[in-house]
Design a protein around this ligand. Sequence first.
Ligand code: ACO
Length: 466
Amino acid sequence: MATEQQTRDAAADGGTATGSESLTVTDNRTGRTYELPIDDGTVRAMDLRQIKADEGEFGMMAYDPAFTNTASCRSTITYIDGEAGVLEHRGYSIEQLCERSTFLEVAYLLIFGELPTQPQLDRWVYDITHHTFAHEDVKQFFEGFRYDAHPMGMLLAGVGALSTFYPDAKDIDDPEERYMAAVRTIAKVPTLAAFSYRHNMGLPYVYPDNDLSFPENFLSMMFKKTEVKYEPDPRLARALDVLFILHADHEQNCSTNAVRGVGSSGVDPYSAVAAGVAALYGPLHGGANEAVLRMLRAIGSVDNIPDFLERVKNREEKLMGFGHRVYKNYDPRARIIQQHMEEVFEATEYNPLVEIARELEKHALDDEFFTSRKLYPNVDFYSGIIYEALEIPTEMFTVIFAIPRTAGWIAQWMEMSDDPEQKIARPRQIYTGEREREYAAIDERQGPEKIVGPPARRPKRQRRGA
Ligand code: ACO
C-alpha cells in the first residue's frame, strides 16, 4: 500500500489534480480504468464490483476486517474529531452538555435531534419516570439467577426478556411503539441494573421512587436500606448524571454496531439493545476502567511510578486508561471527569488511588514515549476511581456504562430504521477453505492421530445448592 509520503512524492513527480470529485482506478490485470465518484470523502464499496478481470467474475470487493476504515452508515447523532479531541452530540459540545444539561435532556437530544423545550422535557421526564417499574415477573426472573451471577449477564438476559413483555414493540414502523420502546428501555435498564446488584448482594430489590430524579432514583435503588426514604447526596447524583452524559453515545463503536447490525434484521428494539449489552460485556469494550484500578493498586505508591513507566516502555506492562483508537489527543471525557472528582471526594471518603493516577498522568504526559505516540488519558482513566468512591463494585462498572448508552443505542437504532439506504447487514467474506472435495466413508477417512475433544477437565468450582 502506498504511504502518504509516497503519494505526495507521486504528486510531486507529475500527478495532476483534475479537480473532479472522483477516484481513478487502473486495474493492472486488464489495463482498464474506472472512475469512482467520491462523496463525503468516501467511495462506495459497491462501485468496486464493476472491476473484473474477466466477465464471469463476481467483481472486486473491499477487504476490511474489524471495519477499521469503512463507514457503515450516515449519521447525524455524534461527531468525533479524534485528532482535535472533540466530541459533539447533534452539534453540541460534550463540555456544554455536561455543564448545562441533565442526562435525560441529552437522551432526548440524541433520540429526537433537538434539545427539548420545557414542556417537551417535562413530558419526557414524566414518561421515563412513570415507566421505571419492571413487571413483577421480571423480578421473579431475576430471582432465578445464581447468587453470584455476573450483573452484566443478568442485565443482558433482562433486557432481552423485556421483548417478551412488550410484544407490540415488534411493530417497529409504528411511531407510538417506537416512542414507548425508547421510554421503556431508558426507564427500565437502571431498574434491572440495580436488581442485578441487589441480587449479588443478597439484598431485597428496591422499587423505583418517582419523587427522585433519574440519577437519584438509581442511587436509591442501589443503596437504600431500612430508611423510609433514601436521600441521595446531590453532589454524587450530579456527578453520576455527568458520567451518564459522558457515556450516552460514541458513534459507531462495537456495541452500537451490534445494535445496528442486529436491528437491521427488523427485530424488536429490546432484542437489538440486548445485542448492544452483550457487546459491551466484552473486556475490550467496557472493561478498561476496572483494569485501571488494578494497575493503580499494583503501582501502590507515587514512588513506584518511574519504575512502572519504565516497564511500560519496555513493553512489560500497558498503561491502562491511556490511548484510544479514535482520540489522538486528550479524550474530552477524561478532562470533564477530572473536573468532577473534587466534588465527589468532598462527599465521600478520599481514595488514595487518585494521587497515584494524577502523578502517573503527569509523568506520562511529560514523557516522549507517550507524547510521540499521542497517548493521552481516555475516559476510563478516572471513571473507575469515581465509581469506586460511589461504592459501586467493579463488576457493576460495565452495567453502569450500559445505563446511559441505552439512549445512544436507541437513537442509533431509530436512525438506522429510518435510513432508506440501510438493509439487513450482511458482510461478504474471502473464502479461504477447501472446495469440491470427494466425500469419504467413515472407515476410509484419514486424519490426525490426536482425538479432538475438550481439554483435560479443571476441578469444578464449589457450587452452592443443587
Ligand atoms: N500503554 C502503552 N503503550 C501503548 C498504549 C498503552 N495504553 N496504547 C497504545 N500504546 C502504544 C502501542 O504499543 C503502539 O506502540 P508502537 O507504535 O511502538 O508499537 C502505539 O502506542 C500505538 O498503539 P495502537 O495499539 O496501534 O493503538 P490502537 O488505536 O490500536 O489501540 C487502545 C487503542 C486499544 C485503546 C490502546 O491504546 C490500549 O490498549 N489502551 C489501554 C486500554 C484502554 O485504556 N482501553 C480503553 C479505551 S477507551 C474505551 O474503550 C471506552
